[in-house]
Write a protein that binds this ligand. Structure first.
Ligand code: SAM
Length: 340
């Protein structure tokens, strides 16, 4: 009998986002609360000379065991994220082993790209198929203001390296914030004219409620209007793994533009994903308030069957629709802690 994960609303779950760390070399305001006490931005991997941050991370060997259990439950796509996943020592070897796990079809990565100039080729070789790179400005000074790190040129070099490394897809994620970077929407869309990139515009979510502001929020309809002013937009077929982006191509473009609107609309009916935080909590939704603590089960010697049963049963309570309001009342929540 093939096991799989199906929730109470009949949705099949075959995608897990795995946060491997809640540390990051950048400090984007919308992602981490100002008081998070994380080490300052340096552009260096955090393992080289900086004091360890007080966060707990599940060991890679335990994460791999969980990946095997998820794969035995029919999960086929794994996204490695964080924090910044590339600051964690051993992440390449972890990714290689995830890709080699029976049942795993796709390994994707979300990164800020700062380390990609050196790591793009090894990541591709380790088995990353699709890479998403976050970039919120094409202007070095503004990039520094948004991220707290003067690392724009490193991120750009990382994107170039990724485009040359043979990934199935290179995607750029831009969180659009009114008065912060919304005047760059057209510049980002123009990147797709002569580059085989997918530029994805994302609505600014209250994922870190203590720093979110309504004034900076801009709807995807407004963003799409600006992109549409550049030329005709032709809808593209949905990607193999589905996903929340509405994908289009500007006339004559080599690449694509994607629009993601988690705030003004939602894609919950087609949601196929779960999230694992760096500390080993299983979440059924980015905005969920439920969690299943998996690490104590590992420490207490749970069998694979017990883990699989606990995971499948927790996943059943995946909410029909995301509850952003309840989530947003908790000022301690942050994207960096949940995992991107
Ligand atoms: N460090 C990696 C990176 O920068 O891509 C991975 C983690 S980051 C949390 C993952 C993604 O979440 C990024 O694309 C980031 O822009 C997005 N993100 C974080 N906070 C967000 C928010 N409040 N609204 C929309 N997107 C957000």
């Amino acid at each position: 009998m093939t096991l799989n994960i199906t929730d109470e609303h009949g949705r099949r779950v075959d995608y897990l986002r795995v946060s491997v760390t809640d540390r990051c070399n950048l400090k984007c305001e919308y992602c981490r609360p100002p008081s998070s006490g994380q080490p300052p931005s340096s552009g260096q991997p955090l393992s080289s000379g900086q004091p360890p941050a007080p966060c707990h991370m599940v060991k890679f060997k335990d994460l791999l065991r969980l990946v095997q259990v998820f794969a035995s439950l029919g999960v086929r796509k794994f996204r490695v994220t964080g924090g910044e996943p590339l600051v964690r020592k051993g992440v390449l070897s972890f990714i290689r082993q995830v890709k080699q796990t029976p049942g795993v079809e796709q390994v994707a990565l979300t990164t800020n790209g700062v380390f990609l100039a050196d790591m793009a080729a090894p990541l591709r070789e380790a088995g990353v198929g699709v890479i998403n790179i976050s970039l919120d400005s094409l202007r070095p000074e503004r990039y520094a203001a948004i991220t707290g790190g003067d690392l724009f040129h490193q991120a750009r070099a990382g994107i170039d390296a990724a485009m040359g490394a043979g990934f199935e897809a290179v995607k750029i994620n831009m969180v659009v914030m009114r008065g912060v970077n919304d005047d760059e929407v057209a510049d980002f869309a123009r990147l797709t004219m002569s580059n085989k990139l997918q530029v994805r515009f994302i609505e600014y979510m209250p994922a870190t409620p203590s720093t979110w502001s309504r004034e900076k929020f801009m709807t995807m309809d407004q963003v799409m209007e600006r992109v549409g002013a550049l030329g005709a937009l032709a809808p593209e077929n949905k990607a193999r793994w589905g996903g929340p982006a509405k994908i289009y191509k500007l006339e004559g473009a080599m690449g694509e533009v994607g629009f993601i609107s988690p705030v003004t609309t939602h894609f919950c009916a087609a949601c196929n994903r779960l999230r694992l935080t760096a500390g080993g909590s299983l979440l059924t939704c980015l905005f969920s308030t439920d969690r299943l603590e998996l690490e104590p089960m590992l420490t207490n010697g749970a069998s694979d069957e017990q883990l699989a049963q606990a995971i499948a049963s927790h996943a059943r309570i995946k909410p029909a629709v995301r509850d952003m309001e309840t989530y947003s009342r908790d000022m301690d929540k942050s994207m960096i802690k949940v995992g991107g």
